[in-house]
Design a protein around this ligand. Structure first.
Ligand code: NAP
Length: 249
């Protein structure tokens, strides 16, 4: 069945791969990011496959922008019943050097952003008696040096997900979290730059620590998101799936 999906932070990286994957499954996809123009490549790739996508510009942490984006998507593509809260940023630093701004910025995008987007979309899911929410967590939720803000946000995403599962299950809505490990995107490229390591060397070093012997790709994560979105995943809710090339607790 064709449905309307919103993928946030979908201009690039994991969000772009997820948008393409959900479009390939037949869904009309709102490719949402801070700057609508930055979504052009993702939308073009989907349209080249004969599928439907729209670029939408919005800051997920801005309530008014979220409300107008969801209204625009509903008018243009139909009521959204699939939401992937993927937009994210990092502002890494050791705790003693972390600024209040860097703490606030990270929690604002991940947690406030997911809250606002989910609150704006849930009524459409409840009306339809069907919905799928997938939130991007991270292995950093288990703790990661230099990421007190990001780890707190990504652990928060797991508690948020489980609560959505409990509150919305009776309306046919599932909520699950995908928690990637090391994925090769601009986000991890920025980490390598900050550490002063060439990205290829960074990837090789990370791969040595990963049981399957390689870094992850955005498509690896998109496959897990697509699984939770599927019609046949309706009895799976409130779960956290680590997509990390090995076990995580
Ligand atoms: P990415 O390449 O940096 O892409 C993130 C996208 O989110 C960017 O297009 C960014 O836009 C957008 N964005 C940032 N703030 C936003 C806001 N306030 N409103 C709307 N869009 C916003 O990141 P990625 O590696 O694909 O990561 C995607 C998600 O997976 C994130 O939640 C991340 O935390 C999570 N994750 C990634 C990894 C990894 O190894 N890469 C591992 C675990 C979890 P701009 O370009 O304009 O900033």
């Amino acid at each position: 069945m064709t449905r309307t999906a919103i993928v946030t932070g979908a201009a690039r990286g994991i969000g772009a791969a997820t948008a393409r994957r959900l479009a390939a499954a037949g869904h009309a996809v709102a490719v949402l990011d801070l700057d609508a123009a930055a979504c052009a490549d993702t939308v073009a790739a989907i349209e080249a496959d004969g599928r439907v996508a729209r670029a939408v510009g919005a800051d997920v942490s801005d309530a008014a922008a979220v409300a107008s984006a969801v209204a625009e998507i509903t008018a243009d593509l139909g009521a959204p019943t699939i939401l992937v809260n993927n937009a994210g940023i990092i502002r890494d630093n050791l705790l003693f050097k972390m600024s209040e701004d860097d703490w606030d910025a990270v929690l604002r995008v991940h947690l406030r952003g997911a809250f606002l987007m989910t609150q704006a979309v849930q009524a459409h899911m409840v009306d339809a008696g069907w919905g799928r929410i997938v939130n991007l967590s991270s292995t950093s939720a288990l703790g990661n040096r230099g990421q007190a803000n990001y780890a707190a946000a990504k652990a928060g995403m797991q508690g948020f997900t489980k609560t959505l599962a409990i509150e919305l299950g009776r309306y046919g809505v599932t909520a699950n979290a995908v928690a990637p490990g090391f994925i090769q995107t601009d986000m991890t490229r920025a980490t390598a730059e900050r550490l002063g390591v060439p990205f290829e060397d960074f990837v090789a070093a990370m791969a040595k620590e990963i049981p399957v012997g390689r870094g992850g790709t955005p498509d690896d994560v998109a496959a897990a998101v697509a699984f939770f979105v599927g019609d046949d995943a309706g009895f799976i809710s409130g779960q956290v799936l680590y997509v990390a090339g090995g076990p995580k607790a």
